[in-house]
Design a protein around this ligand. Structure first.
Ligand code: GLU
Length: 479
């Protein structure tokens, strides 16, 4: 039995965006689901568009998504000798030929074809006149001798049979005048030499496939299976825009998404399994098949991605989520050495937040004293009438010998009971006093996580604040 081998072959001309990541995922899953191998190949032959940061972004994104490869990364730029050796063999066996036609001649040809309403194509002058005399220093390109008649048919594993007439395909340049091999040719040689059995890539490559198949046949190479994935559109049905998902994968990491949520989101862009929405990576590997990949385009929906992220934040172990959260806390410059453990922090805020960034942005009060109260919350809850309940709850919290969420809750309940005011009132005043704002997880766990000493000192600050406010209002009145 032939061992399945797939590849992901990005051109490093920018970030790895969602479409590329989905292609990588599907190729990876196809190999992994069938015990095959997965190759990472960087197609960096376009010197003007390829950049080192883009190569790094691709590799970082693959690592972050945990899409591991068995071979590579290969870099096409380092494989020119291999491509040129194949071209030399083709020149000697006649499946390729040198073309000396000048740019001027080709431009004239193109113009006359267009004026007759024909599709511009090379008519094969040098193919038919291979024995013309040329000086040694005359520059030339190498063209592939594409078959002139017949059809190229391939059975796309997603779209079914696709046929192209050879008449439509002209003799592709496979080596430029400067000696560099061209893109389509490098892909062919690599797919052949690397033993790729299944080429899974975007539908924008469908037109390249017949040319590549013809070259493979000329080389006597096996033709792999092809599967072309449909486009991902924005939820407005238009091309993905910056706002709708055309940013790089690493931007999603920065925005606080988990790789598990990303992968789960990506697999549902064009693949389904009944109406199941949540898939662990193990399940994906077990269930994935190309048969269930849709021919129609899929659309990007940020709400669904957020929903999945929220799901994973709350369903994966808090210890694991904490390992991803560390980076976001560092970005916020929060020193978490004193305060709740990161695992506890995840349990405190996970339910309230859809992203890790949101957790990091809303947890500072657990670790650091704040310099002021939220203006609206303070106006509403830190008023002179809050003084008795804040004093009473402070006394009760101070007296606690055992500091647990339950004992904190009891202290709050008792205060409300004693002063005969609603729990909600005592609670909100205390919440604003210890967190600085009007929103937090349930108060018992929040106060518990902030800690006894910190909570008491913040209540003192709040009491002082109320007194100062009262004084300044009364002095305003006296004036
Ligand atoms: N390098 C191509 C791209 O990034 C992919 C080529 C292929 O998969 O055959 O679009």
């Amino acid at each position: 039995m032939i061992k399945i081998k797939t590849r992901f072959a990005p051109s490093p001309s920018g970030h790895l965006h969602l479409g590329g990541a989905r292609t990588a995922l599907f190729s990876w899953l196809f190999a992994r689901s069938l015990g095959g191998a997965f190759v990472l190949r960087i197609e960096d032959t376009d010197l003007e568009r390829s950049t080192q940061p883009a190569i790094e972004a691709i590799i970082n994104s693959m690592n972050w998504l945990n899409l591991d490869w068995d071979e590579g990364p290969y870099f096409q730029l380092r494989r020119f000798d291999c491509y040129n050796a194949v071209i030399d063999t083709m020149l000697s066996n006649g499946t390729a030929y040198k073309c000396y036609c000048s740019k001027k001649k080709l431009d004239q040809l193109r113009a006359s074809q267009m004026s007759r309403g024909e599709k511009p194509r090379y008519i094969g002058y040098c193919r038919d006149n291979r024995h013309d005399y040329h000086a040694d220093n005359e520059s030339y390109v190498v063209r592939f001798s594409n078959p002139k008649a017949g059809e190229v048919v391939f059975n796309d594993l997603i779209r079914g049979p696709i046929a192209f007439r050879n008449q439509e395909l002209d003799d592709l340049i496979i080596r430029r005048t400067d000696g560099s091999p061209t893109y389509n040719f490098c892909v062919v040689v690599d797919d052949y030499k690397m033993g790729i059995t299944h080429v899974i890539r975007g539908e924008d490559h469908i037109n390249n496939t017949p040319r590549q198949i013809n070259i493979l046949k000329a080389l006597g190479a096996p033709v792999p299976h092809y599967a072309h994935l449909s486009m991902i559109l924005g939820d407005d049905g238009k091309k993905l825009s910056k706002r709708y998902g055309s940013v790089g994968v690493m931007q999603y990491r920065e925005d606080g998404f988990l790789p598990e949520a990303m992968l789960n989101y990506l697999i549902r862009l064009g693949w389904s399994c009944g109406d199941q929405e949540i898939f662990s990576v193990d399940e994906m590997k077990r269930l994935f098949s190309l048969d269930a990949v849709s021919k129609s385009s899929s659309s990007f929906n940020i709400k669904k991605l957020l929903w999945l992220n929220h799901h994973y934040i709350n369903h994966l172990s808090p210890e694991y989520i904490a390992t991803h959260l560390v980076w976001h806390l560092e970005q916020q410059g929060i020193d978490t050495r004193t305060g709740p453990s990161l695992k506890d922090l995840v349990m405190l805020l996970g339910n309230r937040c859809k992203t890790l960034k949101e957790i990091a942005e809303s947890c500072r009060y657990f670790y650091e004293d704040f310099s002021g109260f939220n203006v609206h919350a303070a106006k509403r809850y830190l008023k002179p009438m809050a003084i008795p309940s804040l004093q009473a709850v402070r006394a009760k919290l101070l007296a606690l010998e055992e500091w647990t969420p339950a004992s904190v809750r009891e202290a709050i309940e008792k205060t409300a009971e004693e002063l005969q005011i609603g729990m909600g009132k005592v609670g909100m005043q205390l919440r604003v006093a210890v967190t600085g704002a009007g929103h937090s997880p349930p108060l018992d766990v929040t106060v518990h996580a902030i800690g006894q000493a910190r909570s008491l000192s913040r209540i003192n600050v709040a009491l002082k604040f109320i007194a100062q406010q009262a004084q300044s209002t009364s002095s305003v009145h006296e004036d």
